[in-house]
Design a protein around this ligand. Structure first.
Ligand code: DOR
Ligand code: ZN
Ligand code: ZN
Ligand code: ZN
Length: 397
């Protein structure tokens, strides 16, 4: 099969360090099959499936299943993210070594949905991870600052609207804490979904101290701001929340300057009844895999903040380096099976939820016209997606 690259941009296959695929546990909202299809259509050749499944991915039984199922489907390498702690209690460290040594070869650990609140537990997790050579991701929330707050949490808009939420201090204090803990543990720490100007500044500061820290930003935090909250529409609910325009600008600049390493989708499917409702009733999270590239083009390429070389860096090379994937995000040897994506840089398309491959098809980008479209994705020399169709090894949901 020959791919015609005329007028297209050729990039290394994208790597997403933050994807929620809901299998096991909530297969009514996404499965490894459907999430893999969304990933391939979005130009991804590797995704990291977050640990907040049911059961939690806190043992090799779960993490190996995720990897094997992804390989059966064959559309994208689904790398399991292991939970740092056992279950949802967060009191006992999980057997990270067993997960790292399993078939799924877990490289990244987090406790998404129940981040490591206890500083002592986080310190132990970082020390353990350093001895194993794996990476710990911090979901960046201090719940004691988040739960029960009454006013002025997320900025003036949220305060005026009376929305309970996730204050910037809840994010920034954890980023600062974990940077310092990583320093003392001699470990590396990865910051999930940076959403404030203060987080960008803290990551930059940590690097000046020689701390091994990396950080990601989501497409939605690059594009949307808290003016969206005015409608009280649950579709805009996400953790961390949409913040102020000044934060959006700081995140874009941070990504352009390399302070923020990469874009990660935080693809978080939820059923319609949990999103198409009033804000306070909605679950946090948005679809992200199929729209990520277009949002990067809209927010970074069009304004001249990144060129296509820069897109390759933030969508593929840096995330691959951060987790130590040796078969992604690097120049190919002659004759080596390629992980690549072809992008039509000029096409504009209109997002329609029902057209998306995810089971959940509610999206904050409904009817939005975005630039840049993935036209083909190739995983180890095999076409996985082309012109909106996917080619799995095994079919069915
Ligand atoms: O909004 C979010 N939803 N942010 C996360 O990081 C988790 C996710 C989820 O699992 O729904
Ligand atoms: Zn999160
Ligand atoms: Zn997440
Ligand atoms: Zn629907």
């Amino acid at each position: 099969d020959i791919l015609d690259g005329t007028g297209r941009i050729l990039l290394p296959g994208f790597v997403d360090l933050h994807t929620h695929l809901r299998e096991p546990g909530r297969e009514d909202t996404e499965t490894i099959d459907t999430g893999s299809a969304a990933a391939a259509l979005g130009g991804y050749t590797a995704v990291f499936a977050m640990a907040n499944t049911d059961p939690v991915a806190d043992s090799a039984v779960v993490t190996d299943h995720v990897w094997r199922r992804g390989q059966e489907v064959g559309l994208v390498d689904v790398h399991p993210v292991g939970a740092v702690t056992v279950g949802l209690e967060g009191r006992q460290l999980a057997e990270m070594g067993t997960m790292a040594a399993g078939v799924g070869q877990v490289k990244l650990f987090s406790d998404d949905g129940k981040c490591v609140y206890d500083p002592l537990m986080m310190r132990r997790a970082l020390e353990y991870s350093a001895s194993l050579g794996v990476l710990v991701a911090q979901h960046a929330e201090e719940p004691r600052l988040t739960v029960g707050a009454v006013v002025a949490h997320e900025g003036p808009t949220a305060a005026r609207l009376g929305l309970a939420g996730w204050p910037r201090a809840a994010e920034e204090s954890i980023v600062a804490r974990d940077a310092l803990l990583a320093r003392d543990a001699g470990a590396r720490v990865h910051i999930c979904h940076a959403s404030t100007a203060g987080t960008v500044a803290l990551v930059e500061w940590a690097r000046t101290q020689g701390i091994s820290i990396s950080a990601e930003v989501t497409p939605h935090h690059l594009l949307l701001d808290d003016s969206r909250l005015e409608t009280y529409d649950g579709i805009n609910r996400v953790n961390p929340p949409l913040r102020e325009r000044s934060d959006v600008e700081a995140l874009r600049r941070g990504l352009a300057d390399g302070v923020i390493d990469c874009v990660a989708t935080d693809h978080a499917p939820h059923a319609d009844q949990d999103k198409c409702c009033e804000f306070s009733q909605a679950r946090p999270g948005m679809l992200g895999l199929e729209t990520a590239l277009s949002i990067v083009v809209e927010t970074m390429v069009r304004p001249g903040l990144l060129d296509w070389r820069g897109v390759a860096k933030v969508m593929s090379e840096r995330p691959a380096q951060i987790v130590g994937l040796d078969d992604q995000g690097r120049p190919l040897e002659v004759g080596e099976p390629a992980n690549v994506v072809l992008v039509d840089p000029d096409t504009e398309w209109t997002v329609r939820g029902p057209d998306l491959a995810s089971i959940a098809h509610n999206t904050p980008y409904e009817e939005m016209t975005l630039p840049g479209k993935v036209t083909a994705t190739v995983l180890r020399g095999r076409i996985t997606a082309r012109d909106g169709a996917v080619y799995p090894l095994t079919g069915g949901k």
